[in-house]
Design a protein around this ligand. Structure first.
Ligand code: MN
Ligand code: MN
Length: 463
């Protein structure tokens, strides 16, 4: 036997998809056109739920009703407070054979306005944010921002706010120093390049001109509030009843001469949410009941009643089990859960934070992450060999391109996903998702071939 043959028989390495399956390039391109549109239309968890519910209804899903009985092929959804969502397709097997559950998150790092955000300094009006999730603050200055969110007025009316997305809309921006005057700032550590209380968002510079001799305390702030009042009928007090998110204002685009990458805000984790939702909707008569969860609050630790550290998912499964006459704990014990989230793609520019052989690489397919955590896998779910084997079997049998990954080299850093919360319900869980470059930056990159193979992985998992 030649060494080449022996190498082929005994050694393994994930291939570059474009070399092995060049025909997938056109398929991936076509798939990502819809993906980019969805990214542009759904930059916040509320917008994502709204757009998804519309698509689910169109695809024949009805809102779960615990008094109804459901048959194989029936499609149902749950809407958790407009900020998290689940969709399911009833399988032909009894529910107690377990769910094929897929959980992604639809919140992304951003700048949330504080409850008292509007102020004026030296005749410039600003918004004051508190950042949400893990951001590198210096990346968010000198970037065009859009304003998204909801304001609940005193009478209970909820007003949806969106400024900066339509052509011709004004946008917003955090300022930074010019290089000529940044000697002192350059001496700061990178993490303090822009400090939390320096993330002041410019919203206006023209004062309200009152009647003669009238003393107005903050005329530029007043002008900004007047313009918001004209557009939305809100007053300053209404900010205390609001959730306003400032996000990058630009649209998703192709990156590279070969258009091989998608560049956009919030691909962590809308890339998994979109691919999961597409696969869920296309699943017709699965063997196991499929269950697709799009959760909020992952970026702040899955806390709150729309995050997966709450019992909302357990309650949904309990309700479904009750409606189907199944024992919920048995359902959970027999379920497999994909914790569908992104991982850090190997970046040759910053090779020192990765262990090359165990990092995921762009264009090698969806990434199966056995464990996350930090410092000796602390806080990880750490998928069992059996769970890894089952998910790998599904992917191999369906020709899905996949690879393994870990979140950086040992002791460089680390992090977590929703995997441990799903595991605490006694389901078998493993992380699977898309390798991302510049994760958590206002503009993240993903390979179209990886996005497409993640969608193919979910498709195979549900079927
Ligand atoms: Mn994520
Ligand atoms: Mn994240």
């Amino acid at each position: 036997m030649s060494g080449k043959d022996l190498e082929k028989e005994l050694l393994w390495e994930a291939p570059h998809i474009a070399k092995e399956a060049p025909e997938q390039r056109a398929e991936a391109d076509a798939f990502c056109e819809g993906y980019k549109k969805f990214l542009d239309a759904s930059k916040t968890e509320r917008e994502y739920v709204k757009a998804s519910v519309a698509m689910l209804k169109e695809a024949g899903y009805t809102e779960f009703d615990r008094t109804k009985t459901y048959c194989p092929g029936d499609k149902i959804f749950w809407n958790n407070r407009g900020k998290a969502l689940a969709a399911a397709t009833i399988g032909t097997l009894p529910l107690e054979e377990g769910l094929r559950l897929n959980a992604a998150h639809i919140d992304s790092p951003r700048l949330d306005l504080k409850p008292n955000p509007l102020f004026e300094k030296n005749e410039i009006a600003y918004f004051k944010p508190h950042y949400y999730g893990g951001i590198r603050k210096y990346q968010w200055s000198a970037v065009p921002l859009a304003m998204h969110g909801v304001v609940v007025k005193a009478d209970g009316e909820a007003v949806t706010v969106s400024i900066g997305e339509e052509p011709g809309d004004p946008q917003f921006c955090i300022t930074d120093l010019l290089p000529h005057l940044s000697a002192e700032q350059n001496g700061r550590k990178l993490g303090e390049g822009i400090k939390g209380e320096e993330l002041n968002i410019v919203v206006g510079s023209i004062p309200f001109i009152g009647e003669e001799d009238e003393k107005i305390k903050a005329p530029v702030k007043l002008m900004a509030m007047k313009l918001l009042h004209e557009k939305y009928g809100i007053t300053e007090k209404d900010f205390t009843r609001a959730e306003i998110e400032m996000v990058p204002a630009y649209k998703a685009v192709d990156i590279g001469l070969d258009r091989s990458l998608v560049g956009a805000y919030g691909q962590d984790d809308r890339v998994c949410a979109y691919t999961a939702l597409m696969a869920e909707m296309e699943t017709k008569a699965p063997a196991h009941t499929t269950f697709t969860v799009l959760a909020d609050k992952e970026e702040v630790g899955s806390s709150g009643n729309t995050g997966l550290d709450s019992d909302f998912l357990l309650h949904m499964i309990e309700d479904l089990a009750e409606a189907m006459g199944a024992h919920c704990n048995t359902v959970l014990r027999h379920s497999i859960c994909l914790s569908s989230d992104v991982n850090a793609a190997y970046d040759p520019t910053f090779a020192f934070v990765y262990e090359e052989r165990n990092a995921c690489h762009i264009n090698k397919g969806c990434v199966l992450t056995k464990y996350t955590g930090a410092r000796g896998k602390s806080g990880t779910n750490d998928a069992s060999a059996e769970t890894m084997a089952e998910v790998i079997r599904i992917m191999d049998e369906n020709g899905v391109y996949w690879q393994t990954g870990e979140l950086g080299a040992v002791d460089v850093g680390g992090g977590g996903t929703i995997a441990k919360f799903a595991a605490s319900m006694e389901m078998d869980v493993v992380d699977l998702g898309v390798p991302i470059l510049s994760m958590h930056a206002p503009f993240e990159l993903a390979s179209k071939l990886d996005v497409y193979n993640t969608y193919r992985a979910f498709h195979a998992f549900y079927r």
